[in-house]
Design a protein around this ligand. Structure first.
Ligand SMILES: [Zn+2]
Length: 119
């Protein structure tokens, strides 16, 4: 997954918007990103990464690039262990198949579980 052409945090909307090189644009609420934190502390050491409901009040405190391949996110609750690769962010985007808010789990990159329609 190529590096995004833009990453924008909107504190008022409490969202992160990523514009991909192909023009595809993904909007992520902060709580949705926290719920999909891929770190071992949130997910354990297996190959399964599951949605872990986070409070709607979750906020983003800081963002930084990790090399050219990922985004580091610090949440207002102090959690900053998640390394969100561009491909991971693209996988959990609402617009990526299966289209909608993904509330299940990925195993070896394959998604299964509920999807909630958005918009
Ligand atoms: Zn985590």
């Amino acid at each position: 997954m190529a590096r995004p052409s833009d990453v924008a945090h909107d504190p008022r909307a409490n969202t992160l918007t990523i514009t991909w090189p192909d023009g595809f644009q993904s909007v992520y609420p902060a709580a949705y990103l926290r719920a999909w934190c891929p770190c071992a502390g949130c997910q354990g050491h297996g190959i399964r990464v599951a949605y872990r409901e986070a409070p709607a009040t979750t906020r983003i405190a800081d963002l930084w690039e990790v090399g050219a391949y990922a985004l580091g996110i610090k949440f207002a609750d102090g959690h900053d262990a998640g390394i969100y690769t561009w491909s991971w962010l693209r996988s959990i985007a609402y617009e990526s198949p299966p289209v909608g808010r993904k509330l299940g789990a990925f195993e070896s990159g394959l998604y299964s579980g509920p999807v909630e329609a958005v918009g």
